[in-house]
Design a protein around this ligand. Structure first.
Ligand code: PLP
Length: 456
């Protein structure tokens, strides 16, 4: 029953990304029991519109029979098969072929993992291996961006540019360097697109000059930053950054963990943003989160070098028990089928336009909202103490988390992002326009409620 469940959770579950001890002190979290489409239901009988698709991942919506059936059938047919040297199974092979066919730039191989974090770890190892084979062992540093989110393993947490993910862990390791985020409100206020791009490129150039291009192997970027605030770069940004990387023989890793598979209204974020990466990371939307599966896509340029390393290093010494998991691959194939059959990528683009229109209508003149951002079916509003300065709220006021909580009381699940007072929206692609309207209305009421509290 509900209270027993809550007690068990509070007593024994070590919750990720949670103030430790807060559940014991303040009570257990909401226990969710079932979900379908965009709706979630808790153990107290309350209903919620999940305007975050879980953690930006349940793209085709909850309770999809086609995916459940594909996973069940695969579990009965061949529940597990590793992919180390002498073995393979059909679904990962079919999925890899499909990913190569879909890839936004020509790609040649797919390495499967379990999560976005471990996939980005793999990418860093690929970059190191690549430069060792090329006889450039010093080219090891990875550049990432402030506010970027790339995961929580030692390597990917280091690449993540959110200080809250480094605190207490002695991260980032010394060979990870961060450059400025293209966050217009805080870094580009009052600048034209061209001026802002020039400022961002200059910050990167200075970093490369300081460190030495011969010590830098790769730069990792999300096409649109998710957890760092749903940050859409200015026009011309990726083209300018890419030309700097090319000039210095620095590989580009596109972290498509959120953007991949339709979130921006195109199959990959690279297409929407005009990025031409050497390596691509995908996870989340790959299976719509029905199974933990990730993939690193590797270009031919990188692959040819990696292969040549065999003479020196022997068999490639990296892989997970669950790499190429057949049930995960079956889930991914079924999720991709749904995207295609139901035209969900195009639908995400259209629903995104509706979301942005509604966010603009509700918040463009709101005194607490400093910026409304988004692209495709991902959006955010940033709460500020002063729109004109602009000036952020004192973090101790916890403005965004309070709004999220007030919205949840109205049956809307949104998310407060860790880097600043931003509220994110990233619903399943199957959300209707009427449901989007309810989300924006509920959040508007929640913002007004907290605004009144702040005034009082
Ligand atoms: N990269 C991006 C862009 C992400 O948003 C995330 C997770 O939110 C990750 C990587 C890490 O993925 P995971 O949580 O599956 O390890």
């Amino acid at each position: 029953n509900a209270s027993l469940l809550s007690d068990l959770d509070r007593q024994h579950v070590f919750h990720p990304f949670t103030a430790l001890g807060s559940h014991e002190r303040d009570g257990a979290p909401i226990v969710m029991t079932h979900a379908e489409g965009v709706m979630m239901h808790d153990s107290q009988g309350r209903d919620y519109i999940d305007a975050m698709a879980g953690l930006w991942c349940v793209n085709v919506g909850y309770g999809r029979e086609e995916i459940a059936n594909a996973m069940r059938d695969q579990a009965m047919e061949l529940s597990y098969c590793h992919a180390f040297s002498s073995m393979a199974s059909d679904k990962p092979a079919i999925l890899a072929g499909r990913l190569i066919e879909m890839a936004p730039v020509p790609m040649s191989k797919v390495f499967f993992g379990n999560s976005g974090s471990d996939a980005n770890d793999t990418q860093a190892k690929l970059v190191w291996y690549y430069n060792n084979v090329r006889g450039k062992p010093a080219k090891k540093k990875i550049i990432a961006r402030q506010r970027g989110y790339h995961g929580v393993t030692v390597m990917s947490a280091g690449m993540t540019g959110l200080p809250g993910l480094h605190a207490g862990f002695d991260l980032p390791l010394s060979f990870i360097k961060h450059t400025m985020a293209p966050h217009r409100l805080w870094e580009g206020h009052g600048l034209s697109d061209a001026e802002f791009v020039a400022k961002l490129v200059d910050d990167l150039e200075q970093l490369i000059a300081r460190e030495g291009a011969d010590t830098i192997g790769a730069m990792i970027m999300e096409p649109v930053m998710g957890a760092g605030g749903v940050i859409v770069p200015p026009q011309g940004y990726y083209e300018a950054i890419q030309s700097v990387l090319d000039r210095h023989d620095i590989l580009l890793i596109a972290d498509e963990v959120i953007c991949g598979f339709g979130r921006l209204g195109s199959m990959f974020g690279c297409q929407a943003m005009g990025m031409k990466p050497d390596l691509i990371t995908v996870a989340k939307g790959l299976t719509s989160a029905y199974f933990p599966l990730s993939a690193c896509m590797v270009s031919d340029k990188v692959w040819q070098v990696l292969v040549a390393g065999g003479d020196r290093f022997g068999a490639f010494g990296h892989g997970y028990t669950y790499s190429s998991h057949p049930v995960g691959a079956a889930a991914a194939l079924a999720s991709l089928d749904l995207l295609e059959k139901e035209n969900l990528v195009e639908q995400a683009g259209r629903r995104g336009e509706h979301l942005h229109r509604r966010l603009q209508a509700a918040f463009a003149d709101h005194p607490l909202v400093g910026e409304i951002r988004g692209f495709g079916l991902i959006g955010a509003i940033e709460l500020v103490a002063d729109r004109d300065a602009p000036k952020a709220f004192d973090p101790a006021l916890k403005v965004a988390p309070r709004i999220v909580s007030a919205a949840r009381d109205r049956g809307i699940i949104s998310r407060a992002l860790p880097a600043s007072d931003s509220l994110a929206f990233s619903p399943p692609f199957v959300i209707t326009e009427a449901q989007i309207d309810r989300v924006v209305e509920g959040v508007r009421e929640a913002v007004d409620e907290v605004a009144a509290e702040l005034k009082a």
